[in-house]
Write a protein that binds this ligand. Structure first.
Ligand SMILES: [Zn+2]
Length: 292
């Protein structure tokens, strides 16, 4: 479903969700909706183990409340692995995620491309792109990509495949592959490289040039404060810890100016719901600045 403004939402269930007495993710959409949010990323990070009834129920609630849904596929995916068994498992994890997304009415499956391993980086990337091509062919045969995009994510650690350039290369495999831009991961990987408005602009324009305006307009974004070391990401933090970047205001200003309508999923550690509300407030303020 296309909203005429960005969607803001949470990845997984927050501390507040559980503190309010909720246990099932089937209540997440309504919980986030009541907070004024409009997106939910359901996390299958430890495997896709959900029933058809679960998917149908999630779909019904999300549709009734006009919530945008995405699925985060299992962490075990490694498209660059040279181990045949791991490659086959990665294929199955993605196909299962796509089937669940289709049943749920989620239009994006987010996944981590994999580890660089012992191969030269460029070779690992090409190996991942080839396997992704096979996955797209298999998924197409089941009609799974008619309404769902496969969204490889930019990663925060040096040993992982998933620099912005690498993710864009994977997106060239097929029209149905589009990026998930995790700005926290980019910030961590570049040693705090997102400091100025231009740093964000550079990323967004690069995506626009390579994949077209429609992709950047409907971009899938992950955002949260992050702690990092020389090796990249250490862990996701929360907005209340002011010492951790990147600064959402810089991105919000560009989104407001361009009128782009991405989905912004907040991944703060435990406060992803309230921090998503803050992101939305920052965005609304940026819109007011651009009207004036
Ligand atoms: Zn992720």
């Amino acid at each position: 479903m296309a909203l005429n403004r960005p969607r803001f939402g949470a990845g997984g269930n927050s501390d507040g969700f559980y503190a309010a007495g909720y246990k099932s993710s089937l209540d997440a959409c309504e919980y986030l909706y009541r907070m004024g949010l409009s997106a939910y990323e359901y996390e299958c990070t430890h495997g896709v183990r959900i029933s058809d009834a679960f998917c149908a129920s999630m779909r019904k609630t999300a549709q009734a409340l006009d919530m945008g849904l995405s699925i985060h596929a299992p962490y075990y995916i490694n498209l660059a692995s040279q181990d045949e068994a791991i490659r086959e498992k990665s294929v199955q994890h993605l196909l299962k995620s796509l089937r669940a997304a289709e049943k749920m009415g989620a239009d994006r499956v987010v996944f981590h491309p994999g580890a660089v391993g012992d191969l030269p980086r460029e070779q690992a990337l090409e190996s991942a792109a080839m396997l992704l091509e096979d996955i797209v062919t298999l998924a197409d045969r089941e009609g799974l990509l008619d309404a769902v995009y496969l969204c490889p994510e930019t990663m925060g650690k040096k040993g992982q495949l998933g620099t912005l350039g690498e993710v864009l290369r994977l997106c060239e495999v097929a029209e149905s592959v589009r990026p998930t831009v995790d700005f926290a991961h980019i910030h961590a990987l570049t040693g705090g490289g997102l400091q100025r408005r231009e740093d964000f602009e550079h990323i967004l324009h690069k995506i626009e040039r390579r994949l077209g305006e429609d992709v950047v307009d409907r971009l899938h974004i992950h955002f949260s404060p992050i702690e990092y070391t020389k090796a990249g990401e250490r862990r996701h933090r929360i907005l209340a810890e002011k010492e951790f970047g990147p600064d959402f205001e810089l991105l919000a200003d560009i989104l407001a100016e361009q009128g782009w309508k991405p989905t912004v999923i907040c991944e703060s550690a435990g406060t992803q719901d309230v921090d998503a509300v803050t992101f939305q407030q920052i965005y609304d303020a940026a819109c007011r600045d651009h009207v004036r």
